[in-house]
Design a protein around this ligand. Structure first.
Ligand SMILES: NC(=O)c1ccc[n+]([C@@H]2O[C@H](COP(=O)([O-])OP(=O)(O)OC[C@H]3O[C@@H](n4cnc5c(N)ncnc54)[C@H](OP(=O)(O)O)[C@@H]3O)[C@@H](O)[C@H]2O)c1
Length: 248
C-alpha cells in the first residue's frame, strides 16, 4: 500500500496500522473498522462483501491481528454469516506473538433479544481456534437464547433492556482484553460513538457508487454534539482509500 499522509511512503499494511494502542485504566482501546462506498453505503443488497476486495481483506486481517476481542452486533453476525477469523499469519502473526497475544482474537456478539441463530459458523468453532465466542445479552435475551448456546458460547447477562456497552468493555478488560476491534454494524457503532468509547476509526472507502438507501457507518439519531476525530493516516491501494482517525 502507499501511504499518502502524513508523508508519502510505500509500506506494508502492518506498518501503516501498527501504532501504540494504550488501554484506558478501566477499559480496552476500542478500534472501529468499517468499509463504505464513495457515496457512504455500508452494504450492497444486505452484505458488505461487494464493497471489498483483496486490498481491503488484507487490511481487515491486519486490524484483526491487533485485537484481543472482535465485538460485533447481532444484525451483522446474521447478515454476514460470521465465521471465526483465521489466526494472523506472516509479519502480523509474528508481531502478535511478540505482543504475547493469544493466537486468535475472541469473538463477542451483542444481542439484547437473544434471537441468535446457533447455526451461524462462528458458533461452530473447534477448540483449536481459541476460546468460545462471548454473547452479551439482557435477562430477557438470556431467556430467549436457544439451549444450543450452552455448549457453543459463553453467555454474559448484563441487566434488563439494552446492554450497557461500558459494562461490556469493562468485562472484556477484566478478562484481559487490551484492544477490542468493533466491526459494526451501524446501529452498534452509533451507541459506541455516543458513549464516547471509540478511540480509533479505521475507515476504508471503496471505489464504488452504489446508490440505494443503505445506512452510513452510523445508524441512529443525530448526535446533540458531533463527535470529533483527527486524521492520523491516509493510504491507498487498488483504488481503495484507507483512512485512520483518532478520537480528539
Ligand atoms: N460496511 C461495513 O464495514 C459493515 C460492517 C458491519 C456490518 N455491515 C452491514 O450492516 C448491516 C447490519 O448492521 P445493523 O446496524 O443492522 O446491525 P448491528 O449493529 O450489527 O446489530 C444490531 C443488533 O445488535 C444488538 N445490539 C446492538 N447494541 C446492543 C445493545 N446495546 N444491547 C443489546 N443488544 C445490542 C441488537 O440485537 P438484537 O436485535 O438481537 O437484540 C441489535 O438489533 C448489515 O447489512 C451488514 O452487512 C457493514
Amino acid at each position: 500500500m502507499k501511504r499518502i499522509f502524513p508523508s508519502e511512503m510505500n509500506l506494508d499494511p502492518i506498518d501503516f496500522y501498527d501504532q501504540v494502542r494504550t488501554p484506558h485504566v478501566d477499559r480496552p482501546w476500542l478500534l472501529l473498522n468499517m468499509i463504505t462506498s464513495i457515496d457512504g453505503s455500508t452494504h450492497i443488497s444486505g452484505t458488505s462483501g461487494g464493497l471489498g476486495g483483496p486490498a481491503d481483506q488484507r487490511v481487515l486481517g491486519t486490524l484483526r491481528s491487533f485485537a484481543d476481542v472482535i465485538l460485533v452486533g447481532s444484525g451483522t453476525v446474521h447478515a454476514e454469516n460470521y465465521r471465526t477469523p483465521h489466526a494472523p499469519d506472516g509479519e502480523s502473526g509474528k508481531r502478535r506473538i511478540e505482543r504475547k497475544q493469544d493466537q486468535h482474537p475472541r469473538l463477542a456478539v451483542l444481542s439484547g433479544s437473544g434471537n441468535l441463530d446457533s447455526g451461524i459458523p462462528m458458533f461452530d468453532q473447534d477448540e483449536s481456534k481459541g476460546a468460545k465466542p462471548l454473547i452479551y445479552t439482557s435477562e430477557n435475551g438470556n431467556e430467549n437464547l436457544s439451549e444450543n448456546f450452552q455448549e457453543k458460547a459463553e453467555v454474559v447477562t448484563l441487566g434488563v433492556g439494552p446492554v450497557d456497552l461500558s459494562f461490556v468493555l469493562r468485562d472484556l478488560f477484566d478478562r484481559g482484553a487490551k484492544v477490542v476491534l468493533a466491526e459494526g454494524g451501524p446501529s452498534l457503532n452509533h451507541q459506541l460513538v455516543e458513549a464516547q468509547l471509540v478511540d480509533e476509526l479505521c475507515l476504508t472507502i471503496s471505489p464504488l457508487l452504489v446508490g440505494g438507501e443503505s445506512s452510513s457507518i452510523i445508524n441512529g439519531p443525530v448526535f446533540s454534539d458531533p463527535h470529533q476525530f483527527q486524521l492520523n493516516g491516509l493510504a491507498t491501494e487498488d483504488r481503495f482509500l484507507f483512512c485512520r482517525y483518532l478520537s480528539k
